[in-house]
Design a protein around this ligand. Structure first.
Ligand code: GLY
Ligand code: MN
Ligand code: MN
Length: 405
């Protein structure tokens, strides 16, 4: 079993205890997911499961919350799929149940999923309340895994209800602990290392591919083993494409480049964007757009504080863009929560609280001029207001004119 580094076992245990308490007597299940490991890239567990366990590679695992269990040690159970020697030939050996596994995971009780039907039915008979902890699916998406299972349980048990508690773990995940903030800061440091390494190779005629490779080497130099998302290394007209990731063109003299990237450290993401001239000198048009986007970003960051909402930051940025005549050229939102996922769960119209980390990333895209500018930083909400965690990565116009060789 592989586990995330960087967060103590005791912190995972505290998170689970907090869920148990908040369930107020209802039974809950959090699934790791059971899609098969892909040939390309890592298998990622469901992020709620990862948040509660740190376990990276147990396909089909679950965390079971049963506040009504008579034995206190059985109120939170880690369920793992039975071992299968045939499958282990493909995926590697899995540990047997026992003390060593309990110590490694920090769970007092670890069982095989073959036991779940009986335990879940017993729990449901005692509690009569099953709580949905996974996100509620839109009607055109597959039903959530907990709802699918709970419907079967409830169909066999008169008086058993199913309740929506999908905001519970989302709310917990939004407030980052000091240990989580340290991981995000480390991811930002690795991102800085990558960006600065890329800048060392930046000049007209260099390929986006070479720059991409330098970026990744710079992440790795700083201890990152994977990217938080596919980086966007977009020169000229490619910088206008919001999700450009081919990174296979040549950066030309006179192009602006949009570099949107993030390293991942111990499962936590960074997400930073810088925009700079490939030849070290903004044209007048480029400078006008750049200066406006930077001003919009500063206004939006200023709006980030406890009690404010992401929508307030969005409005602050758009006011600046509109005044400069670019009001129609930011087709995306101002940002998103950041954490285990690059796009961590969170809503536009909910109050920001200390401990939340969000991105602020206004942009202006002018396809008719081949000019795209986005500037993105990672902002921690503090009691006093906010702290820009990625402030150490240069971004001013003067600095951006110095990064090209
Ligand atoms: N690169 C994805 C984002 O900025 O949201
Ligand atoms: Mn980004
Ligand atoms: Mn972002």
């Amino acid at each position: 079993m592989r586990m995330l580094d960087g967060i103590e076992l005791s912190e995972y245990a505290k998170r689970r205890e907090a869920v148990l308490k908040s369930l107020k007597g209802s039974v809950g299940l959090v699934f790791a997911g059971d899609h098969p490991p892909p040939l390309r890239g890592d298998w990622d567990p469901n992020f709620h499961f990862l948040y509660l366990t740190g376990i990276l590679d147990e396909v089909g695992a679950m965390v079971f919350f049963d506040p009504t269990a008579p034995d206190p040690d059985k109120r939170i159970i880690l369920f793992l799929r039975p071992t299968n020697p045939e499958q282990d030939i493909w995926d590697g050996l899995r540990e047997p149940l026992g003390q060593a596994l309990r110590e490694k995971t920090g769970f007092k009780t670890v069982m095989r999923t073959t036991m779940l039907p009986r335990l879940l039915t017993e729990a449901a008979r005692r509690s009569k309340k099953l709580a949905l902890l996974h996100p509620i699916a839109n009607y055109n998406a597959p039903i959530g895994p907990d709802y699918e299972l709970f419907q079967k349980v409830a169909a066999r048990l008169p008086g058993c209800g199913i309740e929506d508690r999908a905001d519970l773990i989302v709310g917990m995940r939004q407030i980052k602990s000091p240990a989580e903030i340290r991981q995000i800061e480390a991811a930002i440091k690795a991102t800085k290392s990558g960006i600065e390494r890329l800048w060392k190779s930046l000049k007209p005629g260099v390929s986006e591919r070479t720059l991409h490779q330098e970026l990744i080497r710079g992440f790795e130099d700083a201890g990152s083993k994977r990217v938080a998302f596919d980086p966007i290394v977009g020169s000229g007209a490619n910088g206008v494409i919001l999700h450009y990731k081919q990174n296979d063109q040549i950066a030309q003299d006179g192009d602006l480049m949009v570099l949107d990237c993030g390293a991942s450290i111990n499962g936590y993401a960074a997400d930073v964007t810088r925009s700079f001239p490939v030849n070290g000198k903004f044209t007048d048009d480029q400078r006008e757009v750049f200066t406006t986007v930077l001003k919009a970003q500063e206004a939006a960051i200023k709006a980030i504080k406890p009690g404010a909402m992401m929508s307030d930051a969005d409005k602050a940025a758009r006011r600046v863009l509109e005044k400069a005549g670019f009001g129609d050229y930011m087709p995306h939102g101002i940002g998103h929560h950041l954490g285990l996922e690059t796009h961590d769960p969170g809503l536009y119209h909910e109050e920001l609280k200390p401990g939340m980390v969000v991105t602020i990333e206004p942009g202006v895209y002018l396809p008719h001029k081949g000019i795209g500018v986005r500037i993105e930083d990672d902002i921690l909400v503090t009691k006093e207001g906010n702290r820009n965690l990625s402030a150490g990565i240069p971004k001013s116009a003067a600095e951006m004119e110095r990064v090209s060789k």
